[in-house]
Design a binder for this molecule. Structure first.
Ligand SMILES: Nc1ncnc2c1ncn2[C@@H]1O[C@H](COP(=O)(O)OP(=O)(O)OP(=O)(O)O)[C@@H](O)[C@H]1O
Ligand SMILES: [Mg+2]
Length: 598
């Protein structure tokens, strides 16, 4: 929705829809909370009657006539106590129901957000700021559901509003009319204030998102910042955003406080004026003192639901501002299209083929313009090419982490897009250069919640060249790795990530420079053992080291937005000049590094 088209009424209408959406999720909790509030409201009305009765039958006779009404003290006390007990029950019931409604709605929203985000394509993630997404899941969800705090209370005490009104009108219609006009004025001011703060809350939530983005980026890049001594630069960037947030919060809160002062004072001023009218009416003989005491009490009671209605309207403004940022994520419909094909994970190594595949990340520049190749089952294929030629993109396409713009990639003749959700990863494992580890132990990072035995875990780790160093960790496979596996070296992290792929015995294993951080000799050893192991895999490996390239059965040379050559290393040296030059450059580099090391 374009926020320029918003009006106070559209905000109110959308707010009511938002409330309806939340209440539909947990109608029972809402009903309990409202019932609790209604019981409380009923008890308050009852207490006004009790007070009127006690004034007329006990207090006034005692004060005016000095009579002793001790006989009535006990029933009066019991009545007051009974009303107080009912009030307490109402409060407890309302708070329990409202708390459940609000907290469960938040939990539901966070789960829905995560599920929704995980079903979106990588192209969507590419455009997001992680810090901003975190702010939506945290601050915006809290803000978006803020209205659920006062809502059941306000709904429940509507009874109080109507009840008090009806009683005031019954006692004296003129005072009732005055109260109606007063109420209309207060609510009009509430709606206006809510509208003004709605825009301010929008600015606050946006500023919160930016603060979270910059904070996330600063923590993520802590190493770079510290190594270059640029703490001041990062603090300054963060300072600018947090100053904006502070100013926005001051703005909304000062506006809210100014309005609140008016909203709190106005009902009291109106009550005083109406009591003066009541005193005149006593003089005229149409009211008695007990009735005016009841009216005064009812007017005081009225101020309370009126204030709560104000809270709901104001919180609705804040909730809508938060909700609009949540809804923007729900509106993203870039879903991955799945078919209904089930995986056949135990069918041995898979063949892979691609025909007429064009690919672009953002629609502007093509990374591939015709990607055609055939790969026999069980082959180890090295992907070689200059920087930014599309080697990683090739790997991402094979694992269907992105979809081609045109053309299809097939696994054993089955188009990747025909697999049902979560089925393809049972046949294809992709390992990136940047190994992501979770804040879990080593075994947990390898299984990622899959049901694997200790033997399988160890077997996969051995194949990945990781078993030895894991055994030397303080608690072996049970050693906790910390967030992103920061306690391990880059090469160790890569090997844990490799073991995670191998344990799944993929039919197609894709390694995008996944062993770049381990020693060349260890890399060659790992690749050799992968080839010779009883691993049912076709292997595609992005390789830079001549020794690793030579280990592959076949090589593809990626350049000029396509596969320029495909064959064995020896064939390619003669058939593809670009390949020969690149491999020669790698060899020169390797020789120079060896000389420097010795
Ligand atoms: N997420 C992305 N969004 C937009 N463009 C991208 C994205 N990832 C890569 N590119 C572009 O696609 C092209 C191919 O990138 P890719 O990462 O596949 O190259 P590469 O051969 O793996 O390079 P390197 O050898 O440096 O790893 C590059 O021009 C790159 O700028
Ligand atoms: Mg790459």
């Amino acid at each position: 929705m374009n926020s320029d088209e918003l009006t106070p009424w559209s905000v109110l209408r959308d707010g009511v829809r938002l409330i309806a959406r939340f209440v539909r999720g947990h109608p029972f909790a809402f009903a309990i909370a409202v019932t609790g509030a209604a019981v409380y409201a009923g008890a308050i009305i009852a207490s006004s009657l009790v007070i009127g009765w006690v004034t007329n039958t006990v207090v006034i006779p005692v004060l005016d006539e000095g009579e002793s009404y001790t006989g009535l003290l006990l029933p009066a006390g019991l009545l007051i106590l009974g009303v107080a007990v009912v009030k307490s029950v109402g409060i407890i019931t309302r708070r329990t129901g409202a708390g459940y409604l609000q907290l469960r709605t938040r939990q539901d929203l966070r789960n829905e957000l995560l599920d929704h985000q995980l079903s979106l394509k990588m192209s969507w993630f590419d455009k997001q700021s992680i810090g901003d997404l975190l702010a939506v899941a945290d601050a915006d969800v809290d803000q978006g559901t803020g209205v659920l705090g006062p809502l059941p209370y306000a709904s429940g005490v509507i009874l109080l509003l109507f009840g008090s009104f009806a009683m005031i009108v019954a006692i004296d219609p003129w005072i009732g009319l005055g109260a109606t006009i007063g109420l209309a004025i207060v609510i009009a001011i509430d709606i206006r204030g809510s509208w003004i703060t709605y825009r301010m809350w929008e600015a606050v939530q946006e500023a919160r998102g930016r603060v979270s983005s910059v904070a996330h980026e600063s923590f993520d890049g802590a190493l770079t910042v510290k190594s270059l001594g640029r703490e001041g630069y990062v603090s300054q960037r963060f300072g600018v955003e947090s100053d904006v947030l502070r100013d926005r919060l001051i703005e909304v809160n000062s506006t809210w406080t100014t309005y609140q002062t008016i909203i709190r004072a106005l009902p009291q001023a109106i009550s005083i004026a109406l009591i003066v009218v009541g005193a005149v009416r006593i003089d005229a003989g149409v009211l008695d003192t007990g009735e005016l005491v009841t009216v005064a009490y009812l007017l005081a009671l009225l101020a309370f639901p009126v204030q709560l209605i104000g809270f709901v309207l104001w919180d609705l403004a804040g909730s809508q501002a938060g909700w609009h940022r949540i809804a923007a994520i729900f509106r993203a419909r870039d879903f991955i299209d799945y078919g209904d094909l089930a995986a056949s994970p135990d069918a041995g190594a898979a063949s892979v083929s691609s025909a007429g595949v064009h690919f672009t990340y953002d629609g502007s520049a093509n990374v591939f313009e015709g990607l055609d190749f055939d790969l026999e089952p069980g082959v180890t294929l090295a992907v070689v090419g200059p920087t930014a030629s599309g080697k990683s993109t090739f790997c991402l396409l094979l694992a269907r982490l992105w979809d081609p713009a045109t053309g299809e990639i097939h696994l054993d003749g089955r188009a990747l897009s025909r697999f049902a959700g979560s089925e393809l990863p049972r046949e294809v494992s992709y390992v990136a250069q940047d190994a992501f580890l979770f804040d879990d132990d080593v075994a947990g990072n390898i299984t990622l919640g899959g049901a694997f035995s200790d033997e399988e875990i160890q077997e996969a780790a051995t194949l990945a060249g990781a078993d030895e160093f894991i055994a030397e960790l303080p608690d072996g496979y049970q050693t906790m790795l910390g967030e992103r596996g920061t306690t391990l070296s880059g090469g160790q992290r890569q090997r844990v990530a490799l073991a995670r792929a191998l344990i799944r015995k993929p039919r197609l294993l894709i390694l995008d420079d996944a062993t770049s951080a381990v020693d060349p000799s260890v890399e060659a050893m790992i690749l050799r053992s992968l080839k010779s192991a009883a691993l049912p895999s076709t292997i595609v490996v992005v390789a830079y080291r001549p020794a690793s390239i030579r280990l592959a059965d076949e090589v593809v040379f990626v350049d000029q937005k396509r596969i320029v050559g495909h064959g064995t290393h020896t064939e390619m040296l003669t058939s593809t000049p670009g390949y020969a030059r690149l491999v020669q450059a790698y060899e020169d580099d390797a020789r120079r590094m060896q000389q420097e090391a010795s």
